[in-house]
Write a protein that binds this ligand. Structure first.
Ligand code: BES
Ligand code: MN
Ligand code: MN
Length: 463
């Protein structure tokens, strides 16, 4: 695979321009107003797979947005890699905090990306990381270096819970049969310290509604005599964590996997600067569950966070009102062995029990999914490790991540295969936030590293 670097330098501008075109389409799956753009993006992804060399490419319709499927099967005796990614993106809000328009990609240098980074919604999560696979595949076809079979499954509903993909996978087990699943939709420690994500957290996402009086009231005439749903909701939420920042829902920790001292010590070997972390976020102290480090809190421990809270008057100036209703959206990140349906039930039961007389409480589950841990004593992990070693000149560290890709646990359940998470983004690329970006170096490094995974995985499979 001598000529991969040469192929990349010859085609670098085209690789960037193609990604930039893809990033211009606002494929926001959460907002119906962008439905046409989401569908158009699927068509562009389909064409890119066909152009790169897939023998079969299809748009698979679902009850929601389509799944793009492509394959190149060269020999049934060789292993099959299934590549998963998503072409949908998060809404760009709050749009006024972007330094350049979210769907008008620009390349700018940053301290961590001296060779430039592409600023656009979806650049890192996940269009840029997904497209690395298309270009790596293009290279393997062009150079006649594809060592095994490959299937691509790129969906358009990851950011809204992948419900239809779950049904698609269950209904197409044969079609999707594979030996290993490969995903680039996570991050690594830094460009100098490559890492492979070995874990994803599960998720339970709920919305709560507290109703007091049957209408908004004058806060002077009624205030003090009637339960204020916002006051009540605040108290209820505050009570969900104790003074050690542990979650108070009965049974919440029952199944939490406890890592051994040795495993925690191993985790702590990864380079991390608390000072730089605080500085980057503009905070003077970190905050979280007592007895755990920052990197433990954001990966191997479960959490509960309010994602949004509203009610009453939030317009300009002051309006004296005792509102009828208050709302919040709450997410719980879960760790291996915690079952998201069970946790959703525990939350619901507990939250309803917290309601004092005088208000009604409703809990509506949104979506969720199970966590996932990749074994590091596997062929897939060994092949990925060797691929990074080859292109980064360093052995990558295994690292448990804090984010969620709920479909990964379902892949294992339905397709019985393990997933390798080869992410090339950085946490500081601020996915989901304003000014999301993806390093040009990272994009090209991904394209360079992926073919080595194919090569080593196939070689190691032969024994
Ligand atoms: N790519 C992310 C997940 C991710 C990011 C994992 C960074 C590890 C490190 C994915 O697109 C995502 O945003 N997932 C959602 C869950 C989904 C159900 C909306 C998440 O983690 O909030
Ligand atoms: Mn993603
Ligand atoms: Mn995302």
């Amino acid at each position: 695979m001598q000529d991969i670097s040469a192929y990349i330098s010859q085609n670098k501008d085209r690789f960037l321009n193609e990604l930039i075109e893809l990033l211009k389409i606002p494929s926001i799956s959460a907002d119906k107003a962008y439905a046409k753009d989401v569908i158009k993006t699927a068509a562009v992804v389909k064409k890119s797979l066909a152009d790169a060399g897939c023998d079969t490419v299809e748009i698979c319709e679902t009850a929601g947005y389509p799944i793009v499927y492509g394959e190149k099967l060269i020999d049934p005796n060789l292993p099959t890699i299934l590549v998963y990614g998503h072409y949908d993106v998060q809404p760009p809000d709050p749009i006024e905090l972007w330094d350049s328009p979210p769907f008008d990609p620009v390349i700018k240098k940053t301290q961590l990306h001296p060779e430039g980074a592409i600023f656009a919604r979806g650049s890192c999560d996940d269009k840029g990381q997904m497209y690395m696979h298309v270009k790596a595949f293009e290279y393997m076809i062009q150079a006649n270096q594809l060592p095994c079979n490959v299937k691509f499954m790129i969906e358009g509903e990851e950011e809204v819970g992948s419900d239809n993909l779950g049904l698609f996978v269950a209904a197409n087990r044969e079609k999707l049969a594979n030996d290993i699943i490969l995903i680039s939709d996570t991050s690594m420690i830094s460009n100098d310290v490559p890492s492979i994500s070995t874990g994803l957290r599960g998720l339970s996402y709920v919305e709560v509604e507290v109703t007091g009086p049957n209408k908004d009231l004058h806060s002077g005439v009624y205030g003090g005599a009637v339960a204020n749903p916002i006051n009540i909701l605040s108290k209820m939420i505050a009570s969900l964590q104790d003074d050690q920042n542990r979650i108070t829902i009965p049974g919440f920790y029952d199944k939490v996997e406890n890592l051994s001292k040795a495993e925690r010590a191993k985790m702590a070997e990864a380079p991390f600067s608390l000072e730089a972390y605080k500085k980057d976020l503009g905070i003077d102290a970190v905050y979280g569950e007592e007895g755990y480090t920052t990197n433990e809190r954001n990966s191997i421990r479960p959490t509960l966070d309010v994602n949004g809270i509203w009610g009453g008057y939030i317009g300009e100036g002051a309006k004296t009102v005792l509102p009828s209703k208050a709302f919040a959206k709450i997410s719980m990140r879960l760790v291996p062995n915690q079952d998201w349906n069970e946790i959703t039930d525990l939350f619901t039961k507990h939250f309803l029990s917290l309601a004092p007389k005088g208000v009604k409480v409703k809990v509506t589950p949104h979506h969720g999914g199970q966590g996932y841990v990749t074994p590091i004593d596997s062929l897939g992990y060994a092949a990925a490790e060797k691929a990074y070693e080859k292109t980064f000149g360093k052995k990558p560290l295994p690292q448990r991540g804090g984010g969620s890709i709920p479909i990964v646990a379902l892949f294992e359940e339905e397709l019985k295969s393990k997933t390798i998470l080869m992410g090339f983004g950085l946490d500081s690329d601020v996915i989901h936030s304003p000014n999301e970006h993806f390093g040009v170096w990272n994009y090209l490094k991904g394209i360079e590293t992926i073919p080595y995974f194919y090569k080593y995985y196939t070689e190691m499979s032969k024994g």
